[in-house]
Ligand binder design. Structure first.
Ligand SMILES: [Zn+2]
Length: 86
């Protein structure tokens, strides 16, 4: 009987610890999600700047074109490098 009680208490402790951890994790999430959210890009604070693969000019990601990991400052330079872009 004592052993059953021990496992019941153990299960309760594990459950409470898990719930507390999950709540803490969920509580931390909301501030993290908006950072990477697209709606936050217009703050222009920490926008990534990439060099154009064609001319080497550095441009913010939002003003250039990213094709399969290769960045171009504009559609013209993406096409100049043979990318299939519209
Ligand atoms: Zn370019």
């Amino acid at each position: 009987m004592g052993r059953v009680l021990f496992f019941l208490v153990l299960a309760a402790v594990v459950w409470i610890a898990y719930k507390s951890w999950a709540r803490k994790r969920d509580g931390d999430q909301p501030p993290r999600v908006p950072k990477g959210a697209p709606g936050n890009l217009n703050t222009n604070e920490k926008e990534a700047i990439y060099p154009c693969k064609h001319c080497g000019a550095y441009s913010p990601l939002s003003s250039g074109v990213m094709v399969e990991g290769r960045f171009y400052c504009g559609l013209a330079h993406a096409k100049a490098e043979g990318e299939k872009v519209q």
